[in-house]
Design a binder for this molecule. Sequence first.
Ligand SMILES: [Zn+2]
Ligand SMILES: [Zn+2]
Ligand SMILES: [Zn+2]
Length: 349
Amino acid sequence: MSTEVEVNPKRIPRAVAFNMLQKVAAGGAMLSPQWEPASSHGYVFEQGQDVDDVKLFERYAQILVRHDYLEQRFFDRITRCPACASQHLNLREVCPQCSSAQLSSEALLHHFRCGYVGPSHHFSGKAKDGRVCPKCAGRLENLGVDHDIPGQSLKCGPCQASFQQPPVSGICLSCGLETPSDRLVSEDIYSFCLAPLGREALRQGRLISQRKERVVEEGLPVLRSEVLQNFLFEEHKRATRYGTPFTALIFDIRYLDEAKLNLEREREIVGTLRAMLRNVDLLGRHRSGMLIASLPMTPREMANEVLQRLVAHFEQLTGVQVNAQVLLFDAQVPFEQTIQAAVLKLRSF
Ligand SMILES: [Zn+2]
Ligand SMILES: [Zn+2]
Ligand SMILES: [Zn+2]
């Protein structure tokens, strides 16, 4: 069986995928975007890329991320015009009433005696003569004694409105559209770095399928059935050659409430098995609902004892029924046959 590429060749050619890994490696195991104001996309991964090149590069990189060859890291966020996608925007504060950008800053005054707070132009007169409060007509003479300046306020030139927190608006320098900042488009952009599988692919000079290379199942510390089969094959061969005992246990797990059959419950059973088996005993998948624990160097009687202990334990569990059998491998019988016979017996219960 070939361990070649799982990357869908329809979506990324192998040579391109490998080439991309090499590029990331050449960039010090991390390839980051470079700002490129002259490019209409705003950034590039390599000199000379146009918009379509960058988009294709990112699409391919995302495929490699999904297949665990690359990892993505947040690089920055770019803001674009919603009409033409240009990043050439002139952002500035504007008047909330008339949208003019012609704003000036003035001090906010707070009159202690009456509590009035307002921009300085609300107070008549000049600062040096003492301004007059519009609410109580009192004079503001000494800063810090009869009044203070709690902050700044903005004043609009055309409409004279006063406000403290102006909205921000962007004018697109490419198409001229003006857009309030909350309606501008923002896009997260990422750097790409080599994941362990990507490093391994470069070391081996080929792409590796992670699904096939995986030893244990996803989310469960159980050997994948293919891995277990290979292991049993090798162990059976070795035990035959050296005449050492080789046994295993096979478990048929049935959930009484099939609707609740899920990873959580299986993880619980696997956890129990792992805790009760030795470290040298491997636990793997035979098929859905069936697990096999190999017991190297364990003669039949000892295997039976382990089985009794486990069965006693599983009898206490509710909602699940675990039937188990000892697998006694015989040098003259292919190991698959021994397993098949046990499965038939278990399923006939
Ligand atoms: Zn205004
Ligand atoms: Zn006052
Ligand atoms: Zn635009």
